[in-house]
Structure formats: C-alpha cells, structure tokens
Design a protein around this ligand. Structure first.
Ligand code: 13P
Ligand code: SF4
Length: 354
C-alpha cells in the first residue's frame, strides 16, 4: 500500500473558539434572538441545527419552524422545506450535504471554520489515491466528509444507517474501503464481519471517552443505562446498553425505563434529552478530564463556534455561503441519494427527532 491511511489534524484552541462564539449576557441574547427571528422571516430563511449546538440555537430553530436533528435529517428537512435560504448551524460537512441535496437553495453557515476532525483528517487528494489503489473495493464514506470525498464514494452513510448498508454489501460479497472514522468502522466490522480496509481517522470528542473511568462510574450508579455514539472506542462501546446515532440516543432516554443515563457523546445533546425526558438524570461519561490530555472534554470545538452573534451576522450579510463545484456536487449526490433510497426501501428509521 502506498497511499497514507491517516492525516494530522489541527484542533482549534478554546480561546479562539470563545472569540468566535462568545458567552452572551441575557440582554444581548434576547435582542439577538429577536433580530434573528425578524431576519429569518425577511430573508425567507429556515434554521436547521444539530443536537450538539448551543441550546440558544436549538430553541430558536424549534421556535421559528426550523428543525433540530441529526446530520442526515438536517439535510432532508432542508430539502423538503420551501424556504429559499437554509442556515445550517452545525459543522461544514452538514452545510455541504444540504447544498449537495439542494443546489437551487442558498445554504449559509454561521462560521466557515467550523469543521470536523473526521473531515479534516481525510483530505480528498490522499483519499482519492487510496481509492485508485483498490479499484475492486466498494467505497463507503461516512457523512462527516467533504463533498470532494463523497464524490469519490459509492455510498455515503450516517451513523444511523451504516450498519444496515455494510451488512447488505457484505451479504452481496462486496469488499469495502471505509473512511474516515476508524472507531465507527471497527464497530461495524465487529458487528457484520465485513472485509473492510479502514482509513484511520477519528472524532476528537468521542475518542476521549475512557472505558476504565466509565466502569468506575457505573459501579457507583448500578441502575444507570449507558448510551454511546459509535464514534467512541471499542472498550467504551463494550459497556453500552444502547449504541446509536444522536437521534437513537435521544429516543433511548425517552423510551427506556431507567431513571439515570450515562451519556458518551457531545454534551450539547443534553438540551434535547432534558426536553424529551425532563425528570431523568443525565450524567456525562468521563473523558480524559481536566489537567490531562483531553482536547474536547465531550464538547466539539467546531460545533461550539456556532452562536447567536454569527448567526445574525450571516443572515444580515449573506456571507458564508456554501459553494460546491457543480461537477463535484453532481457526483457526490449519487452516493448520498443511494443512501436515502436504501433507507426508504428498508423502511429503516435513520432520521427524526425523539
Ligand atoms: P449524527 O449523525 O449521529 O448526529 O452524528 C453526527 C456527528 O458528527 C457525531 O459526532
Ligand atoms: Fe466531527 Fe466529532 Fe465534532 Fe461530530 S463531534 S462534528 S464527529 S469532531
């Protein structure tokens, strides 16, 4: 093998994140909320937010007829909505997926620098070289990638549908080239037994969860259910009662009888979990912790770049529009649509709020 399987990633420091989306006092928060509501109406715009973003943005999306969802449903919602402008509060690949599906719409993001360690760690050139080396493998990429990487893929998958799609490809005898999340890939490989050549990317938030600390915490909370996003390492997944997408974890909090949940995903999700199950106790799963090497401490620094100030700014200026080269977009649409059609045909619930 000549092409590399991983790429170094630069993580933004806490100070630069705080500068981009600073803490707000109540007066400023309220006046920005009112201004954003006015602008959304004036500009025929709809707000779509991921579960990891600031609760202010999630509430605003809900209050203004927008949507708070996982990555796939964000794209599908923006496609079905009649607004001519979609503002995507999340990370860049989510804005790009919305644009891939909605070329006729204007897609804006509050912060262009808001990206993802999986996307950053899988540059299109290096990935394309790897694909060239393995023409016999079916290329399956996670949604957390650039439009250019998606354009090299046979399939795009989200965490909610990845297992079903790989299981089907494996039954057909297809060998897989998987990118970029090695933990999610590893989990799917263990569950399906598929032949998967894996890119070695990772999510800096989920790889920080620690199984030994989680075991110690569980010993103190014997009735708690453990909810884990499959971007976490295998020893953390091994302790899970439920492994699933953000939507699946929110549904689990609502539907399981447990009173206490230990949650191994970005802590931004607690806002929706509290909304759907206000009387339940939610505990963040342990990461490397303060004073250690924790880069994220269970909060994505790129998701944290979205705030009311930069949301209002893009609505006012129209800046930060997602633009994708048309030949890349048209090529990337094929594997994205293939995933949506697969989900439809299987009646698999890959989307939706809890
Ligand atoms: P979901 O599609 O499960 O919301 O995951 C997106 C993501 O970035 C998780 O870190
Ligand atoms: Fe990417 Fe991880 Fe942030 Fe999700 S939480 S956007 S996978 S870095």
């Amino acid at each position: 093998m000549n092409a590399p399987l991983s790429f170094p990633v630069q993580i933004p420091d806490a100070a630069s994140v705080a500068r981009i989306a600073p803490e707000l006092d109540n007066d400023e928060r309220e006046s920005l909320r009112q201004r954003a509501k006015q602008l959304l109406k004036q500009k025929d715009a709809v707000l779509v937010a991921h579960y990891y973003t600031d609760p202010d943005l999630q509430m605003l999306a809900d209050e203004t007829g927008g949507h708070v969802a996982d990555s796939l449903e964000m794209a599908r919602f923006s496609h079905q909505h009649s607004a001519s402008t979609v503002v995507v509060c999340g990370v860049r690949f989510m804005g790009e997926t919305a644009k891939i599906l909605n070329p006729e719409k204007r897609v804006l993001v509050p912060e262009m620098q808001a990206t993802c360690s999986l996307d950053l760690g899988c540059p299109a050139g290096a990935f394309s070289d790897l694909c060239d080396e393995y023409p016999d493998r079916t290329v399956v990429v996670y949604a957390n990638t650039s439009a250019a990487v998606k354009a090299r893929a046979d399939w795009v998958v989200t965490s909610g549908i990845a297992l079903d799609i790989i299981a089907t490809l494996n039954e057909r005898g297809e060998k897989i080239l998987w990118a970029p999340d090695r933990y999610l890939g590893d989990y799917i490989q263990r569950m399906t037994g598929a032949d998967m050549l894996m890119w070695q990317g990772s999510c800096i938030v989920h790889e920080a969860f620690k199984a030994d600390e989680l075991e110690r915490l569980l010993a103190k909370k014997p009735g708690a259910a453990v909810l884990v996003h499959p971007e976490a390492p295998a020893p953390v997944i091994a302790l899970a009662d439920v492994v699933g997408s953000t939507s699946a974890l929110i549904k689990a909090v609502k539907s399981l009888p447990n009173e206490t949940f230990i949650v191994a995903t970005d802590r931004g999700i607690f806002h929706k979990m509290r909304e759907v199950a206000p009387h339940k106790t939610l505990i963040a799963a342990p990461t490397a912790g303060e004073g250690a090497t924790c880069e994220s401490c269970a909060h994505c620094p790129w998701m944290a770049m979205n705030g009311l100030r930069n949301l209002v700014a893009v609505l006012e200026t129209g800046n930060n529009e997602i633009v994708i080269n048309e030949s890349i977009r048209a090529r990337a649409l094929i594997p994205v649509q293939r995933m949506l059609e697969f989900a439809e045909s299987r009646r698999v619930e890959v989307v939706g709020n809890a």
